[in-house]
Ligand binder design. Sequence first.
Ligand SMILES: *Cc1c(COP(=O)(O)O)cnc(C)c1O
Length: 401
Amino acid sequence: MRNSGSGLDLSILPRVINVNGTMTSLGASIMVPEAIAALQEIAPRFVPMHRLQREASQLIAELTGAEAGFVTASAAAGLSLAIAATMTGLNPGRAEQLPDTTGMKNRVAIQLGHMCHYGAAVDQSIRLAGAVPVPVGQSTQALDHQLEHALAGGDVAAALYVVSHHVVEYGQIPLDRFVAIAHAHGVPVIVDGASEYDLRRFLQLGADVAIYSGHKFLGGPTSGIVAGRRDLVRAAYLQNIGIGRGMKVGKESIWGVMAALNAWKTRDHDGIRAREQAALDLWQNAVAPFPGVTARRNPDPTGNPLDRLRLDIDARVLGASALAIVRAMATLEIPVILRDHEVELGWIQLDPCNLHPGDAEIVAESLVAVLTRARAGALPEPDVTAHRNGGILAYLNPDLF
Ligand SMILES: *Cc1c(COP(=O)(O)O)cnc(C)c1O
């Protein structure tokens, strides 16, 4: 069976149902039709790239309220480029010198509770530019005086603030307060909002640069958006002559994410929410008959307008652990990938953001089948250590190549 025009056979890849979220390991998100059309449109053409980025800047400015913006390869790339910008300014010699930061301010303050891992460590995106992360506070607590102390040295180029479900949810300095302290020390604030819905809030709260992923909620091709103060955006863009070269973005990603941004303006957000709620209802009803499974709606922890279904698994009552459910669902004929960040605490989540028509029903049927096997004591208990280290083991898998 040949796919339309590519010459490749798509059926060599398993069909996967993603109720995990916008995961890089699963190909991020479902690209919106406008973005797909944009890729097709621009692929055969030559385009003056600076001109294209200028158009992107205007659209980014319109949607984010920023003075300017540009598109890069990914949000992670945007982080390194924005950090670099705060060290080099508009000096091309300095941009070429990185990651050697001799003669530049090179420290970047970040709350320890924000030093998360989104598939790679956020502090490595700082170090990649040649900068040195300066952790503020402890894992579950950062206080104003600790940030002030970190910024007082005078060699701090930037302060980085991460908004994400991956970060510690309590005990951190709120963004507006973080900005006030940083600005009092003349230090710009960069916000990593890669996976956030609200394209305006962080700049409104005073951040100098906000970074978004183009391939998460926006449904664009793989890309990142750097938006904010004109001088910093220009300096970040300059990094394409240096460390940014290995993070090069193509014309197709720029045009594609522009189409996604444009579509975002008229997206039927209420309709999407209604469909998501219907899926959550379906799943909640499907698991209701199973003792040892408690289902409840879980609002997104960073305020994105979406709920997930949280399933608390009492392994002694059900007959299998939360991890056993995750593994069993992932190894079905049509694999269903659950959200398992907190699985060792005995709960899993189902994220309704990336469903194709018909997927929700398959998820419900799969849940019933797997929970029925669990109740019969027929689910094997997976190796917890192997699961915990699974992200790395997948890269090291000798069967890959
Ligand atoms: C996903 C994510 C990133 C990385 O985004 P990419 O565009 O995939 O590089 C960075 N930070 C946070 C908080 C994320 O959730």
